[in-house]
Write a protein that binds this ligand. Sequence first.
Ligand SMILES: Cc1ncc(COP(=O)(O)O)c(C=O)c1O
Length: 414
Amino acid sequence: MSKTELVTAPRPLRLPDGRPAGEAWSLDPAITHLNHGSFGAVPLAAQERQGRFRAEMERAPVVWFPTLPQRIAAARVEIAAFLGVAADDLALVPNASAGISAVYAALPRRRGGEIIVTDHGYGAVTMGAERLARRWGGRVRTARVPLDADEEQAYEAVAAELGDATDLIVVDHITSATARRMPVTRIGAEARRRGVPLLVDGAHAPGLIAAPPADVPCDFWVGNLHKWGCAPRGTAALVARGPLRDQLHPLIDSWGAAEPYPDRFDQQGTIDATSYLAAPTSLDFIERTWGWDTARRYMTDLADYAEQVVGAAFAELTGDTRPVDVGMPVPGMRLVRLPDGLADDRVPADRLRDRVAQELGVEAAFTSFRGVAYMRLSAHVYNTAADYEHFADACVPVLGEWARAAAQPVEVSP
Ligand SMILES: Cc1ncc(COP(=O)(O)O)c(C=O)c1O
C-alpha cells in the first residue's frame, strides 16, 4: 500500500458457522485487545487440547512422564513443518529467551570476542549479549540502523560493524520496539562468507512470516510460537544448523544430555510440557479455519487501517500527519507516533501501558526508539476495525489530556 492511499477496513473474519472470529478465543469482550504482539492469545481449541493433556497427566503421572519425550518429538515434527524446516533441526524451548540463552551458553570465543547487535534489538537479548561479551573478555558493537532504513541501508549498517574480531552476530528477524524486518538473509550470506555464527531472534516471526527460518542462512534461529502462532505459552522453536549445533544443550540439563541435538531438548526434567503438545492445535486451527495466507493478508490490511485511524487521531494532537516509515514493514504490526511527554523510554512506556489498561480498558503496547515514543498496533484475526476506531475516538483524546498534564511545569515554592 502507498502511504498516501486511503485504506478501507477489511471485512471482519468469521468462523465457519458465521460467528465472529473472536468467539474462538476467550478474550474478555469488555477489554479492547490491541497488543497481540507481546504475549499472544490462545484459541479455545488449543486451550481445550492442553486441558485434555493436563487431565491425562494428572490421571496417571507415572504413566504420563515416560511418554513425554516421544510426544514432544511428535510435536516437533508438526511445528517444523509449519516453520518449513527439518524436524531434526528444531528443538522446543519454553520461550525465545530460553533458546537464545542456550545459544549464548554454548558458544566459545574464537577470535576477538566481539558480538554485533543492532540498536533495534530486544533489550533482554542485548543484555545477554553484553554478559557473554564480558565473559569472553570482548565487547558488543552496536550497529545503528535508522528506523526507515531499507534493506540495503540496514544491511550496510550491520556489515559496517563486522571485522576480524567478530565472534557472533545477533539480529532480529522482526524487531519488537520498531515493528520492522531486518535483512537477515543478506546478513546471513555475509556471515557465512566470513565464517561468523549468526543468531536470528525471530521471536515475532512465526505466523507473521511464512516459513520464516527456511531461507535464512544462519546457525541459530529462535521464534516464539505463542505470539502470532497463538500457541499456548510458553512454546518456542530453536532451529540450529551446522556443526555448532552439537554444542547446544537445554538450560535444564537432564537425562537427555548424552543424546544428540535436538533429541536432548526433549527431556528437561519434570516439567509441564503440555504447551508444546497443544501448540500444533493452534497452528492447525488457523490453517483450517482461514488459511495462514488469508490470515496474514487480513492482519496486514487491518494493521494498515488501524495505522490510518489511530494515526489520524494522534496527528490531531501532535500536528504531525506523516505516517511512521519503518523501512521494511511486517504484516500485523504498525507504529504510530505518540504526543511528546507520554513515554519516551521503556519504563514510562510500560507505566503508560498499565495506566491505559486500568483506566481505559485497553491492552496496548507503547514503545520508544531513540527518544521518540510510539504506540505499536497489533492486528490478529480476532481484531476488527471497531477496536481501533474505539481507541481513536474514546482513548486518544484522553491520552492527549495526559500528555498536556505531563507537560505542565511543576510549580516550585520559593
Ligand atoms: C524480538 C524479541 N526477542 C525476544 C523476546 C523474548 O520473548 P520471551 O519473553 O517469550 O522469551 C521478545 C518478546 O517480546 C521479542 O519481541
